[in-house]
Ligand binder design. Structure first.
Ligand SMILES: Cc1cc2nc3c(=O)[nH]c(=O)nc-3n(C[C@H](O)[C@H](O)[C@H](O)COP(=O)(O)OP(=O)(O)OC[C@H]3O[C@@H](n4cnc5c(N)ncnc54)[C@H](O)[C@@H]3O)c2cc1C
Length: 387
């Protein structure tokens, strides 16, 4: 059983502790081993289960204006699911990220139309920002949306879109041209079966999950499918990522905790030189480093979540620190876990081998580690934090 003492940190309330207990029981029953041979089917099944059992309602607030997102709950759910199954965490996270712009900036009609579905698991959501020439360089988006009649026509290409191919709704960022660069982007809801939207390529990655390149050719959406005002696309993307970046850090903490738990079990049972591995001081040193990095990462993650929940308008710097540190630390922790497992650590299908593949993309998506460093440095430099 991984260390759960952190639940008593002052960031949490009794409702968080109760939720974590319930989810632990649920995840033990439902996330044992998703079938990675058919990730589409496994992901659909997980979304339905997460929805029908009430977990997805925490992924994005509903259409009741008094409801707001609780980032600590979001983070706790991601951490717990990630500890049990990378695909379960992915299924939960994408419902939140895909529905995030609607939940944060949508009209009452958009919220009423889509959020009950994403929250109940009856519609799968996707967040379509990246393009072949604009991954880190978001302001360089080339997909266009021309105003025509009572709607918009989208043309262009998106890539690396999670849930691409199985999503019922795509939140798509496109250039409407109110101003150059970042100030000329808008965001639209595009239905999965919208004419003009094509799944051009399914992409396979080292930790399998549904992923695709999309093309838009003369793809018409209604004016009512515009989220926010024209030109607000970049602001909406960044505000959504402000919330969800912290939760990427939380997923990394979940992966790292699982790696430590597997390592402690292994070190206690593997006999070497006439004694358990855990009696070798060098191994103890590694285990201490792993525990230290996990606590430091969790502190940054829940600091960012708590700060947002306490009413901060933006937590760009806190979220960047949480994502950067937690994902990089988890990579180190998992690498150490693989090492301590010896040959078994690289055996296909072993939990630490799966974690080794799962963690890698988290250091790239929703802003690569180098991009997070730039965000943090800019924030420090502009705060005038000189001696
Ligand atoms: C598994 C997976 C799932 C994804 N899911 C989605 C999704 O659902 N929706 C979506 O829109 N996108 C998604 N993405 C895309 C992801 O957000 C991009 O891959 C990411 O933003 C990096 O963009 P890029 O791949 O074009 O790399 P590039 O932008 O080419 O960057 C490559 C590298 O260059 C370096 N770099 C970049 N900028 C700087 C800088 N300013 N300073 C210093 N170094 C820098 C970093 O090391 C970076 O990793 C996903 C990606 C992956 C791998």
């Amino acid at each position: 059983m991984p260390d759960r003492n952190f639940l008593h940190w002052p960031f949490f309330e009794d409702r968080h502790r109760a939720l974590a207990e319930r989810l632990e029981t649920w995840a033990t029953q439902h996330c044992a081993r998703p079938d990675h041979r058919d990730v589409d089917a496994a992901c659909r099944e997980l979304v339905v289960k997460l929805g029908s059992d009430g977990w997805l309602k925490h992924s994005a607030p509903g259409d009741d204006p008094s409801e707001k997102i609780d980032v600590r709950t979001l983070a706790l759910i991601r951490e717990t699911l990630a500890r049990h199954s990378g695909l379960a965490d992915f299924a939960f996270a994408m419902q939140g990220l895909g529905a995030g712009p609607i939940s944060l900036f949508g009209t009452a009609v958009q919220k009423a139309q889509w959020l009950p579905k994403t929250r109940s698991g009856t519609a799968i959501a996707a967040f379509a920002l990246s393009e072949p020439a604009s991954g880190s360089d978001v302001a360089n988006i080339a997909t266009t949306a021309h105003h025509e009649g009572d709607g918009y026509i989208l043309d262009g290409e998106k890539t690396w879109i999670s849930n691409g191919g199985i999503a019922d709704l795509y939140v798509v960022f496109a250039r409407t041209g109110e101003a150059p660069g970042a100030r000329g982007l808008s965001v639209f809801i595009v239905r999965g079966d919208n004419p003009g939207l094509h799944i051009a390529e399914r992409i396979e990655v080292i930790a399998p999950h549904p992923l695709a390149r999309l093309t838009f050719e003369n793809c018409r959406v209604g004016a009512a499918d515009l989220i926010g005002a024209p030109g607000e696309g970049f602001k909406i993307a960044m505000a959504t990522l402000d919330v969800f970046r912290t939760s990427v850090g939380a997923a990394a903490v979940g992966f790292a905790r699982r790696a430590l738990a597997e390592t402690v079990k292994r070190a206690a049972t593997r006999e070497l030189f006439g004694a358990p591995l855990s009696e070798l001081q060098m191994v103890q040193g590694h285990i201490a480093d792993m525990a230290l990095e996990i606590d430091a990462a969790a502190l940054l993650v829940y600091r960012a979540a708590w700060t947002k929940d306490m009413g901060a308008a933006r937590v760009t710097r806190e979220a960047a620190m949480a994502k950067l540190y937690a994902t990089e630390a988890a990579q180190r922790v998992i690498d150490t876990a693989v090492q301590i497992h010896g040959g078994d650590g690289v055996r296909a299908g072993h939990p630490v081998e799966m974690l080794y593949r799962e963690i890698r993309a988290l250091r790239i998506y929703e802003g690569a580690s180098d991009v997070q460093k730039i965000i943090i440095a800019r924030s420090v430099l502009s705060s005038g934090a000189a001696a």
